[in-house]
Design a protein around this ligand. Structure first.
Ligand code: BGC
Length: 527
């Protein structure tokens, strides 16, 4: 989850001007103007997108051929009631102002392949597009196929075929935040959470059952084209801005405040959902699409932000940071990676055998680190066993977006703690005020990945967020993350390369960072 807001603009801490001499010892070679950095053979280079964020807004397709109005996010972002609600924090931009990739996918993939020299691409399928109607009554693949939208299946087959034709290995996320409206009434639950009926992640049994069916169906349908699957994207970015603290920075339906019991249920639903989706994909994808001997490699995408106490001398802040770190980084990953479930959030976990062994790889999304301050509020005390009432104050939480070392810290943490191969599945910066420059951000983050590799962390690929400007959730089109700019008001949705595109292309092409780029964006990886 990326950060935004005035409070986030805190000073850059990594010192400038120190040539990255240490990198020469990590597989480096001397380039034109300094030590170059190389990545391991076979390291994947890609960009990442998500269906809801890029599909809609087609320049020439009929609206009903391009739009998917069936998701909770579509309802949430377009209802006059949620747009008017101060706690929904919506920009008011319709998702139909997006970049129209449902129509323009072939030219996008050609750009990624030919202009960026990428060999991989991360995309997501929209559950609501594939299943516009409830699937509760369907049990078999044939029964599910009868309910699936032929246009959606054809569209995704066409995209996956195009990826292959362009030499891009697909990594497919099955659920990137959005849920079908038939399982989650985003507007009703936002307006009256206590009495809404379709409660998405809070209806644990139903959602786990139905999302597993959807995952198994997708794996059977697309398994001949896809080997690398991600179950869920950023569970933390669903339960925190969904049930605890929606804000201008990020809200997610139903965007209700301090619903701690619902937040807990959502966490445990998503843990179960991941495991059951894993089983369903494992059982249904039996085709080795890329000939590497493996039909399916199934992971989870998680956002990691190193958590620091705002004031390292205040024991309360230190404790708050410890608790937040536990809630953010440990609870979920420990369950999905190791099968250890802390179901009352008291710090003690028990092994649940049906969760063990369900994560082949971990996707790390990295955007920032956070600073927290102690806060005493019973309503937020969702870690009672750890420290009564000690948690953090969301109002004083600070995001530091200019701390590339945090990616190294996140990778080493994840590797040491969970021991699974890692892909950096998202990492990026929009070229707007308050964020680091896109090209500098890219090179500094890559240099820190190199440092993690040199320390033995098994990082297998990198996906920049994002290929094109897209619909940034509650912030709408105002936070453009693309290597290619797309003006939402341009009816042709023309893509225009930003300077960072050439920088990324240079990196991907040489499978490394040139000495010239290392000199242009110097960091000290020893710091
Ligand atoms: C999400 C993306 C989002 C990006 C930038 C991540 O939290 O997975 O969907 O656009 O960050 O905020």
């Amino acid at each position: 989850m990326a950060a935004r807001g005035a409070q986030a603009r805190i000073a850059r801490r990594v010192g400038r001007g120190v040539v990255a001499a240490a990198l020469a010892g990590c597989g480096g070679a001397v380039g034109a103007r300094g030590p170059a950095v190389r990545f391991p053979e076979g390291f994947l280079w890609g960009t990442a997108t998500a269906g809801f964020q890029v599909e809609m807004g087609c320049p020439t397709l009929e609206r009903d051929q391009c739009e998917d109005r069936g998701s909770d996010w579509y309802a949430f972002a377009t209802s006059p009631q949620t747009i008017a609600s101060p706690t929904a924090h919506l920009s008011g931009d319709p998702p139909t102002s997006g970049p129209g990739q449902w129509e323009l996918y072939a030219e996008d993939f050609a750009r990624a392949s030919r202009e960026l020299s990428n060999d991989a691409y991360r995309m997501s399928l929209e559950w609501s597009r594939i299943f516009p109607e409830p699937t509760d009554g369907a049990a078999t693949t044939d029964e599910l196929r009868a309910l699936a939208s032929p246009a959606a299946l054809a569209g995704y087959h066409a995209m996956l075929g195009e990826l292959r034709a362009q030499g891009l290995r697909p990594m497919v996320t099955l659920d990137h935040y959005t849920l079908p409206s038939w399982i989650h009434d985003a507007v009703g639950c936002h307006l009256d959470f206590a009495s809404c009926e379709r409660r998405g992640w809070v209806d644990r049994e139903r959602i786990v059952r139905e999302i597993a069916k959807y995952a198994g169906f997708a794996a059977a349908e697309f398994g001949a084209e896809v080997d690398v699957w991600a179950t869920l994207n950023e569970p933390l970015a669903v339960f925190y801005p969904g049930y605890l603290y929606p804000s201008e920075e990020r809200s997610n339906p139903p965007a209700v405040l301090l619903q701690t019991e619902a937040a807990k249920t959502a966490i445990f639903s998503m843990i179960d959902a991941h495991a059951r989706m894993y089983d369903a994909v494992r059982a249904a994808d039996l085709v080795d699409a890329d000939g590497d001997g493996e039909a399916a490699s199934i992971g989870l995408v998680y956002n990691l932000s190193p958590v620091y106490p705002k004031n390292a001398d205040r024991p309360g802040d230190v404790l708050a940071a410890k608790n937040v770190r536990y809630l953010y980084d440990e609870v979920f990953l420990r369950a999905v990676a190791l099968g250890e479930l802390d179901d009352d959030l008291d710090g003690d976990a028990e092994v649940r055998s049906d969760l063990v062994g369900r994560m082949d790889w971990l996707g790390v999304n990295f955007y920032n680190r956070i600073f927290v301050e102690q806060f005493l509020l019973p309503g937020l005390a969702i870690l009672p066993g750890l420290s009564p009432l000690t948690t953090f104050n969301p109002l004083t939480l600070e995001y530091d977006r200019d701390y590339a070392r945090g990616l190294y810290e996140s990778l080493t943490f994840a590797w040491q703690r969970f021991g699974r191969p890692i892909y950096v599945t998202e990492n990026g910066s929009p070229p707007i005020q308050g964020y680091p420059e896109q090209d500098r951000f890219l090179i500094e983050n890559l240099a820190w990945i190199q440092r993690a590799l040199a320390d033995g962390v098994d990082v297998r690929g990198y996906f920049y967020w994002s290929l094109i400007d897209n619909y940034e959730w509650n912030q709408g089109m105002g936070t453009p993350f693309g290597l290619y700019a797309v003006d939402p008001s341009d009816p042709t949705k023309r893509r225009v390369a930003r300077p960072a595109a050439a920088v990324y292309a240079d990196v991907a092409q040489r499978n490394g960072i040139s000495g010239a780029l290392m000199s242009r964006f110097p960091i000290d990886p020893r710091s």
